[in-house]
Design a protein. Structure first.
Lengths: 494, 171
């Protein structure tokens, strides 16, 4: 048995875990993955004033607190039945797009980069973020960091605080923007768009110019024909902050288009005996197990899904990239033919990042954001509210019920990654089936190829637990399918 | 960017992981605003850490840790460079402090030459709760004293550097 032990000081209980169950003949019997979840949070929300939740729920995730802040504020608006002023909505959207621009940047360069810039078969010592920097140059690395800082600065200006936004509250926003701050954000927007162009160039030169990578993206091993979910605006274009939820089948046909408040009519959750993870599926199609196809209720909610459900992008450069993406991957630039390859999620993220940058610039130039009218005080109470946004990792739903005083009696959250629990399981299984064979040791290369399936989704690790060192490595355990006995285990550290 | 940073990490809703937040609020109350010293509580991970560390001259991080080798409430003081970075990442949640530091240095960013860490041995960082276990809670005051000394020391160093710099200019 090969056990790669990590230094005890860096050891945490919160590993992501993949379990593979192998038959006597070496074939794969079953597999599932676990991520540490922050359980009990919904209960913790009970008994608290709903207006506190936009601040409290930012503690769910140390990577995307902004997404929870937004979904929560929208749900709280609905609880009070209040329509927020137009300027407040614009501020929220601007902050949210700036956040997406930073988050997607990180993912593409730090996580997708090693596989596509260095290559999936590059030596382990090079296949990492530093290897990416070695290839694209230190200046590019600095630009990535600068891009993140731009996103953070917009969050600080609009969100009122470095790191954790605090200004969205039921009825709108609590902090006005000065004309000087607007000017600063316009410049940030301009710099972001330049960075987006740079990223497109990197993608062209390093990924698209290499047929091997394009083939890898299109490889069957990473393809799944499932339904897709994402928010769209009134013209069916990608939208992160608001819109209707659109669900499109693997054949490209619209399955549903609904207002967020009706989500329970469309989505149900499956519980499997071996895991505490919930597996959401499309109610009207039904749960048929972890299988592909138009008859299986499994859906994905990822950057790839958002492009699949949309008819286009709302900004020019992003639209151009959207068309190129579909033309390269399906031969149909309209986007009506679905992309099913999991690894294309990385490319979809680049297209979305371009949109986020352009949208940040556009929205920063709108003078209404400096308006005084940013809050509509609630006057009545509905007692129930649902807020949906697109988190970078997928559709995020906050659903609250309150009493007549606005005290939370029930809360239900479906975080981005939860939507993808079934497809992630399927992707890992597909990859593992091709790689796990009798008598064959699980090499680093095998592990990386399984991880590539997992990594494309950028699963959320319930990272509210981030005691030192704050890292959540992935552990793969191989079990005997009959006895459950552990026969191999590997943890990735370098 | 203020040159001296007291960066308190953790999650104020997760039992002993609230240590950083408790320390931050106590120190904030103790200190008058100072243009050289920033005290920040952040419930963040990943690249967000790198953003906070860039362009500082001295940083101390306050956090919880689970070594299982001593009793809860024990304070550990060590250098950030003793933590091993993880470079092959499986998700954006995996970029922790050591990786952020290594990356910043590799990129040639203006990183602090060393990051000091003051971590409390935690008992429970998995239960959602706004209160810490008694042993960890009792360590807050001691941590605040240590940090106060650390800040004073860094202030003196900084003042010394400024004086040296001024002399050099005159010469």
């Amino acid at each position: 048995m090969r056990t790669v032990l990590i230094d005890p000081i860096t050891r945490l209980e919160g590993h992501g875990k993949i379990h593979l169950f192998v038959n006597d003949d070496g074939s794969l019997a079953n597999c599932y993955f676990q991520v540490p979840e922050l359980r009990g949070f919904e209960k913790f929300c009970q008994g608290r004033p709903v207006e506190e939740l936009p601040r409290i729920t930012t503690r769910i995730c140390g990577v995307c607190p902004d997404a929870h802040h937004m979904a929560s504020a929208k749900a709280a608006d609905a609880v009070y039945g209040v329509t927020i002023p137009s300027a407040a909505r614009k501020l929220r959207e601007l902050m949210y797009n700036a956040f997406f621009a930073g988050d997607h940047t990180t993912h593409f360069f730090a996580l997708a980069g090693p596989d596509f810039v260095c290559g999936p078969d590059a030596p382990k010592a090079e296949r990492n973020i530093l290897g990416v920097i070695a290839k694209v140059g230190i200046d590019a690395g600095k630009q990535v960091i600068a891009q993140r800082a731009r996103g953070q600065r917009v969050i600080e200006i609009i969100g009122g605080k470095k790191v954790h936004p605090v200004t969205a509250l039921p009825g709108g926003m609590s902090k006005r923007i000065t004309p000087e701050e607007q000017l600063e954000m316009i410049q940030i927007g301009r710099d972001m768009v330049e960075f987006a162009k740079f990223t497109i160039k990197v993608f062209e030169d390093i990924v698209l110019a290499n047929q091997g990578y394009v083939d890898l993206i299109l490889s069957d091993m990473y393809a799944h024909q499932t339904y897709n979910m994402g928010l769209v605006d009134e013209n069916n274009r990608v939208s992160f902050y608001d819109g209707d939820v659109r669900v499109v089948g693997p054949d490209g046909r619209e399955h549903a288009r609904y207002r967020p408040e009706n989500y329970l009519e469309y989505v149900a959750e499956r519980v499997e005996p071996y895991s505490y993870l919930k597996y959401p599926y499309l109610k009207k199609v039904g749960w048929k197990g972890f299988v592909d196809g138009v008859d299986s209720g499994v859906y994905k909610a990822t950057p790839l899904s958002r492009l699949n459900v949309a008819d286009g992008m709302a900004t020019p450069l992003a639209q151009q990239e959207y068309e190129r993406y579909f033309e390269t991957l399906t031969g149909d630039r309209t986007g009506r033919t679905m992309v099913h390859s999991t690894l294309a999620t990385h490319w979809a993220r680049v297209v979305e990042m371009v949109f986020a940058c352009e949208a940040t610039l556009q929205q920063a130039q709108d003078d209404e954001i400096t308006s005084d009218r940013i809050h509509q005080p609630p006057t009545g109470i509905v007692g129930e509210g649902i807020g949906i946004v697109e988190a970078p990792r997928g559709t995020l739903t906050h659903h609250y019920k309150t009493d007549q005083n606005g005290i939370v009696t029930e809360a239900n959250l479906i975080v981005g990654t939860t939507n993808n629990n079934a497809p992630i399981t399927m992707s890992i299984k597909r990859a593992a089936e091709g790689l796990i064979q009798k008598g064959k040791e699980i090499t680093d290369g095998t592990l990386n190829k399984i991880e590539m399936a997992f990594r494309a989704y950028d699963p959320c690790f319930g990272c509210a637990t981030h005691s030192l060192p704050g890292e959540m490595p992935l552990e793969v355990t191989v079990h005997d399918a009959q006895t459950g006995e552990v026969i191999d285990r590997a943890t990735r550290r370098l | 960017m203020k040159p001296i940073l007291v960066l308190c990490l953790g999650n104020d809703l997760l039992c002993d992981d609230a240590f950083g937040a408790a320390v931050a609020s106590k120190i904030e109350n103790q200190y008058a605003p100072d243009e050289r010293v920033e005290i920040l509580f952040a419930a963040v991970a990943g690249f967000n850490l790198l953003d906070l560390l860039t362009d500082r001259s001295s940083v101390i991080i306050i956090d919880s840790i689970c070594t299982g080798k001593c009793t809860p409430g024990t304070l550990h003081f060590f250098r950030g460079s003793t933590l091993a970075p993880s470079r092959t990442l499986t998700g954006s949640h995996e970029i922790g402090l050591p990786t952020a530091l290594a990356l910043g240095n590799e990129l040639g960013l203006n990183m602090p030459p060393e990051v000091d860490i003051l971590a409390v041995e935690a008992d429970d960082v998995y239960t959602i709760s706004e209160s810490m276990t008694p042993a960890v809670s009792a360590a807050v005051d001691e941590a605040v004293q240590e940090i106060t000394k650390w800040v004073e020391h860094k202030r003196e160093l900084l003042a010394h550097h400024v004086r040296e710099g001024a002399t050099a200019n005159v010469v």
